[in-house]
Design a protein around this ligand. Structure first.
Ligand code: HEC
Ligand code: HEC
Length: 363
């Protein structure tokens, strides 16, 4: 008896010695944690961006988020990343009516541009079902159609990866690889998304700063867009697509669906979230910035060109009980329609697409 317990104690001592001597492979505490605060810069006309107190932006967090955004490690078969549907050269959409996920199955809605997404604080997605970028970033990974993966496995892969543990340490000060979580990954992605801001170099922004002048056509379009009168018909656009973000982010039925009854919408949109019939067919107003790169248009990508969009608004759309009163047949001539288009295209911002900070870090 004595002998066994003595050797058991010896074994315990040896074991504890052993763990003391061999360093914990997950230990990250020797890597410097010295995050650099990141200051959001936006055109002067923009509102203040709301940044959650528990996710301050840092250079290191943004760098990690950018990697995760472009890394197919987030998808089940390692073929797709966030960036597969949100491409920098397309103002962070994919130019498809609806987006196929990793299994080639189509989703039911059009990928949204992520331009200025950090300013959108009335719900994310076309139906507003997600409250924050941190919450949103968790969803595509486990979405059956999109990345069709599991966070448990993504987190395992991140922990085993040669670079990520160090990146999580630098961004969030974790002391051990075991502290990597999906929540931290989502925070990093959200930080990167908050940097996706208009360059301020679109013609519209330069005219605002009096560094450029509208052509006659653009000026006519501007007058109609903002209902400034002066002998031009109102186009009503700015009520929903107002400067500087060119969206109010409200939920609206703009009359694109040819149906009679509020229960007949093929996609209920906001109504499926609020469970109110009156919200059926309402979708969040999208921005009009950078439309030159984001075709096709609307939540289901039904319009291939801006001309088709304008023809819709000129026609006044289809009537339902909740169609917004500002959507009615407009009295614009063909020439005025093309002036309106000329104005909308002054919101084109190619510098946003080519900003080196937004490109694939693995290229
Ligand atoms: C298979 C294509 C696809 C992939 C992959 C994808 N998205 Fe999306 N994304 C979409 C679609 C489609 C929508 C609109 C969905 C809806 O409204 O129901 C969307 C919407 C969003 C929005 C909402 C924008 C807004 O203005 O409300 C954000 C943010 C976003 N995606 C970020 C991401 C991130 C981060 C990832 C990676 C973790 C990702 N997406 C992966 C297709 C995709
Ligand atoms: C009453 C509010 C309202 C008014 C007025 C309005 N829109 Fe819209 N607009 C919306 C909504 C809501 C959507 C998204 C609808 C959907 O996808 O189902 C939208 C979508 C668009 C899109 C598609 C953008 C994209 O990324 O898919 C364009 C372009 C557009 N509107 C231009 C205009 C123009 C030009 C005018 C003025 C002639 C105008 N809108 C007037 C509410 C409005």
């Amino acid at each position: 008896m004595m002998r066994t317990s003595a050797s058991a104690i010896l074994l315990l001592i040896l074991l504890s010695q052993c763990t003391k001597d061999r360093p914990d492979p997950g230990d990250l505490s020797s890597i410097t944690y010295q995050p650099h605060a990141y200051q959001v810069t936006a055109p002067v006309t923009f509102p203040q961006m709301e940044i959650p107190a528990d996710n301050p932006m840092t250079e290191e967090g943004i760098d990690l988020g950018r990697r995760l955004f472009f890394d197919p490690i987030l998808s089940a078969d390692s073929t797709m990343a966030c960036a597969s549907c949100h491409l920098p050269q397309s103002s962070f959409t994919d130019n498809l009516p609806v987006s196929p996920g990793i299994d080639g199955i189509n989703g039911r809605r059009s990928a949204m541009s992520l331009l200025n997404v950090g300013f959108y604080n009335r719900g994310l997605f076309w139906d507003g079902r997600s409250a924050s970028l941190e919450e949103q970033a968790l969803l595509p990974v486990e979405d059956q159609v999109e990345l069709h993966h599991s966070w448990t496995r993504v987190v395992e892969d991140l922990k085993r990866h040669p670079d990520y543990p160090e990146k999580f340490r630098e961004a969030f000060g974790i002391k051990n690889t075991s502290e990597i979580t999906k929540e931290l990954a989502a925070k990093a992605i959200a930080q990167f998304e908050r940097t996706l801001i208009s360059s301020g170099n679109s013609k519209f922004d330069r005219v605002q700063r009096q560094e450029a002048f509208f052509t006659d056509e653009e000026l006519n379009g501007y007058i109609m867009f903002f209902d400034r009168g002066s002998g031009f018909p109102d186009a009503e656009c700015a009520h929903c697509h107002n400067a500087p973000l060119f969206t109010t982010n409200e939920y609206i039925n703009n009359g694109i669906e040819d149906i009679q009854d509020l229960t007949d919408f093929p996609d209920m949109g906001r109504g499926a979230i609020t469970a109110k019939t009156i919200d059926n067919g309402r979708f969040r107003v999208p921005t009009l910035r950078n439309l030159a790169f984001t075709a096709p248009y609307m939540h289901d990508g039904r319009f291939k060109t801006l001309d088709e969009v304008l023809d819709h608004y000129l026609s006044g759309g289809h009537n339902q009980l909740n169609k917004d009163a500002l959507i009615y047949p407009l009295k614009l001539s063909e020439e005025q329609k093309s002036d309106l288009k000329a104005f909308i295209l002054t919101l084109t911002d190619p510098d946003f697409l080519t900003n080196p900070a937004y490109q694939n870090p693995f290229d």
